[in-house]
Design a binder for this molecule. Structure first.
Ligand code: F6P
Length: 365
């Protein structure tokens, strides 16, 4: 059997810079190298349930490599296996995966490229089991996807976070304040640790190392004794005190990502003010980290992922997700990915480097 003639593509989960670069790479490779036609589904698997799509030709993807977000739209709320339907004024959850399969087949598609994080990969794997030939491409600013060394989107978010920390540094210094900067990242501290080191942070709190607030306060006091009357504290949204819980902002029923974190920055700031009566301020970087122009590194990684994913489709090597392993783009089985989180290993060089730089990670001064 030759390469598929007609394929679908969708972007699922939270958006990130580089999604358009991938869509462009898949469409260009599919059309130029394999004469395939490509159908783009709107808003992830929701568009497949609702049969909303568009033809993607070279013209539609021209000029989008620099553009943030996704031209296809996305959602991190809808799981086709547990899909919300309004019945008599109330939402009930139904399995709509058969509808996905019917729509896929009616359009004469032979493959589906799913760009997303762990939630999207978990759904893609279940679709594979239902007989839809899928290939996955990993994205997320969190960099927490199992099976790949890096996801695209991470470098852009890291750049935005570091630039923000740089700006906060000067005002922290002028006002002699403790500045708390909360960054996204869910249950992994890649963004917090990376931007914290790059931005010269004094204290970095990550989900992998539960913090002791006394330790944090002692670090701030130590800096005071050394004549440094300000401190920069970066906290990942999934960080938690020793023996305490993460701060949950919202729960989304039926979502492949049901827990939304947020609010730990305010907690840390309040606790510091209570313990050492020093003036603190909080900046939550939030969705700022998901927006903007992708960095060159993300454009490059996204483009390489898109090309290799399309080559896998052409060879009908389904059930795979493309992955960066060292310097090479390889592929891993999609089955291995969903439902797992790649956190920072406690013995990693990044953690020991932060300690050698004198950064407090919340467990020792
Ligand atoms: O996974 C990407 C991410 O930005 C996480 O860092 C964050 O926890 C979550 O999505 C936020 O989701 P929402 O866009 O629903 O607020």
């Amino acid at each position: 059997m030759g390469a598929p003639k007609r394929i679908g593509i969708l972007t699922g989960g939270g958006d990130c810079p580089g999604l358009n670069a991938v869509i462009r790479a898949v469409v260009k490779t599919a059309v130029n190298d394999y004469q395939m036609s490509v159908i783009g589904f709107f808003d992830g698997f929701k568009g497949l349930v609702e049969n909303r799509h568009t033809n993607l030709d070279i013209g539609k993807v021209s000029g989008i490599i620099t553009v943030g977000g996704t031209i296809l739209g996305t959602t991190n709320r809808f799981d086709p296996f547990n899909y919300p339907i309004l019945e008599s004024g109330e939402y009930v959850f139904r399995d709509r995966s058969d509808q996905v399969k019917r729509n896929f087949e009616k359009l004469g598609l032979e493959a589906l490229v799913c760009i997303g994080g762990d939630g999207t990969m978990a759904v893609a794997h279940r679709m594979l089991q239902k007989g839809i030939p899928v290939v996955g491409i990993p994205k997320t600013i969190d960099n927490d996807l199992f099976g790949t060394d890096v996801t695209f989107g991470f470098d852009s978010a890291l750049t935005t976070a570091t630039e923000a920390i740089d700006k906060i540094h000067t005002t922290a210094q002028s006002h002699h304040r403790v500045m708390v900067i909360e960054v996204m990242g869910r249950y992994a501290g890649w963004l917090a640790l990376g931007s914290g080191i790059a931005g010269g942070g004094d204290i970095i709190l990550i989900p992998e190392i539960p913090y002791d607030i006394e330790c944090v306060c002692n670090k701030i006091k130590q800096r005071h004794y050394q004549g440094k009357y300000f401190s920069i504290l970066i906290v990942g949204e999934g960080a938690r005190p020793k023996g305490g819980e993460m701060v949950v902002r919202q729960r989304v029923q039926g979502s492949p990502e049901p827990i939304r974190l947020g609010g730990i920055g305010n907690k840390v700031s309040d606790d510091i003010e209570k313990m050492i009566k020093t003036e603190t301020r909080v900046t939550v970087l939030g969705h700022l980290l998901r927006g903007g122009v992708p960095t060159p590194a993300d454009r490059l990684l996204a483009s390489r992922f898109g090309v290799v994913a399309t080559q896998l489709v052409a060879k009908r090597k389904f059930g795979k997700m493309v992955a960066l392993k060292g310097q090479e783009i390889k592929s891993v089985s999609i089955e291995e990915i969903g439902g797992k989180t790649r956190t920072i290993p406690l013995d990693s060089q990044a953690i020991s480097a932060a300690r050698s730089l004198g950064t407090c990670l919340g467990d020792q001064v």
